[in-house]
Write a protein that binds this ligand. Sequence first.
Ligand code: SF4
Length: 210
Amino acid sequence: MENTAWVLDKLAEMYPEAKPELNFTNPYETLIAALLSAQATDRQVNVVTEKLFAAYPNARALAAADVADVEEMIRSIGLYHNKARNAVAACQILMTKHNGEVPQTIDELTRLPGVGRKVANVVLANAYGVPAFAVDTHVHRVSGRIGLASSKNPLQTERQLCEKIPPELWNETHLRLIYLGRRVCRAIKPSCAACPLAAECAYANNKQSL
Ligand code: SF4
């Protein structure tokens, strides 16, 4: 992909106002919503976090929760056993090691239970405005198809995207690629004929077959 700037401009035209589709209002909520989001839609997560954040409005409250009560509250989303245990354990660590605050470095974040690199990057970008490129399934698939990255491995994809794209554009480009992946470049049957990126897209031009 030689024309990264063209792709970024086109994405900005397509989705000038791309925003996170998970609901959160502070770093604690961002962390918990992101932690709950694996194998669940944002809409499903938003339904459970509305109740969860009302019952447990901060890390102190969730750290003291009974895991079984949290499980009951989030049981409509996938992996709820592990997610409930991890969310409570993560908040206990926030209380004992971080004064109840969500840390602002990827190393500290990824030491929390259930927090991988993708969740940590979502927290850094959305809670703190730190340039970070969270690579979820949409970002990985779409950036591979377009030709912005060429790896089977999300970590490598993150590195390749970060090399090609200026840091000040990471957060918004991440959101725009998710919008594209959900609305146009879906996993099955991407809508290439209607996609403004088709002229420069490797997949649409049969340059590769991701
Ligand atoms: S042209 Fe097709 S493969 Fe390329 S980004 Fe658009 S929808 Fe995806």
